[in-house]
Design a protein around this ligand. Sequence first.
Ligand SMILES: NC(=O)c1ccc[n+]([C@@H]2O[C@H](COP(=O)([O-])OP(=O)(O)OC[C@H]3O[C@@H](n4cnc5c(N)ncnc54)[C@H](OP(=O)(O)O)[C@@H]3O)[C@@H](O)[C@H]2O)c1
Length: 279
Amino acid sequence: MYEKVAVITGATSGIGLETAKDLAQKGYCVVMACRDTEKAAGLAGEIINKSGNEYVRVLPLDMASMQSIRSFSESFSAQYDKLHVLINNAGVFCDKLQKTEDGFEMTMGVNYLGTFLLTRLLLPVIMDTAEARIINIASKAALYGKLKIDEQVFSNKIYGFKAYSTSKLAQILFTIDLAEELKDSGVTVNAVSPGRVATNIWNGSSLLMKIVKPIMMRNSISAQEGARTGVYLAVSPMVEGITGKLFDKEKIMEYNQKCLDEGLRKELMKVSYDAVQFL
Ligand SMILES: NC(=O)c1ccc[n+]([C@@H]2O[C@H](COP(=O)([O-])OP(=O)(O)OC[C@H]3O[C@@H](n4cnc5c(N)ncnc54)[C@H](OP(=O)(O)O)[C@@H]3O)[C@@H](O)[C@H]2O)c1
């Protein structure tokens, strides 16, 4: 039997997959929250065989669909009464303009709004778990994000690094806001900059990706290495009670002024609730 339950979004590849392997090895019940359930089931089988931990499960989750996020949350909450570790890892870097099922720009929709809604919906079960940890896989790109709160904030016609950095800034603002909200609850919320990691996120046949990929691959680390700080935040007693921070290589990283802009953060939270129709 297991003692702790972890949900990892986007566990079919890269950092998410390596995180699932590591937490399974450490004896967690691992719920792989993935859009490609067939691929995820195959990978779960491999993890079970290798780790000897039979508690590796797959639940469908498409972060580009609010309906799917709601269904995931309902299924999870019906099957589990505790959630010790939520790792919001699923993410995209879009090389062209794309939209989610609900009409949001894809990068913002998946990397930020999906994370926002999923976390909010899982909060009741998280709050019922002693010392639960929420970990958002963000990026240093957040420091370059330019967020303007207007009617187009989630449907701007942007893609590439502009959309990516903005979505990651939004993720950081959410991390700080939720940490502040939950500061007396025992639940911690932190973000991770995994570094430059050689994963599928930089694949793509467009000219943009042909430029971006070699830059990102330069001095890149393996997915296993990229998963390390997220796993550290999930399991280490060293970070007990630490909340609202961004970690890089297991150390707290300084925020810049944009991340600490309280006015921007509060405005973002307000429009986010409206966008995902969270009542
Ligand atoms: N790689 C880096 O250098 C780097 C640097 C900083 C931050 N990060 C962050 O690290 C996280 C993981 O990325 P990675 O580098 O490991 O990339 P990756 O190998 O492409 O993995 C991304 C994961 O997200 C999943 N995903 C994408 N869209 C989804 C959706 N709509 N619904 C559910 N799952 C979805 C993918 O599923 P499929 O297998 O179905 O595509 C995959 O499992 C991301 O948040 C990324 O922004 C990465």
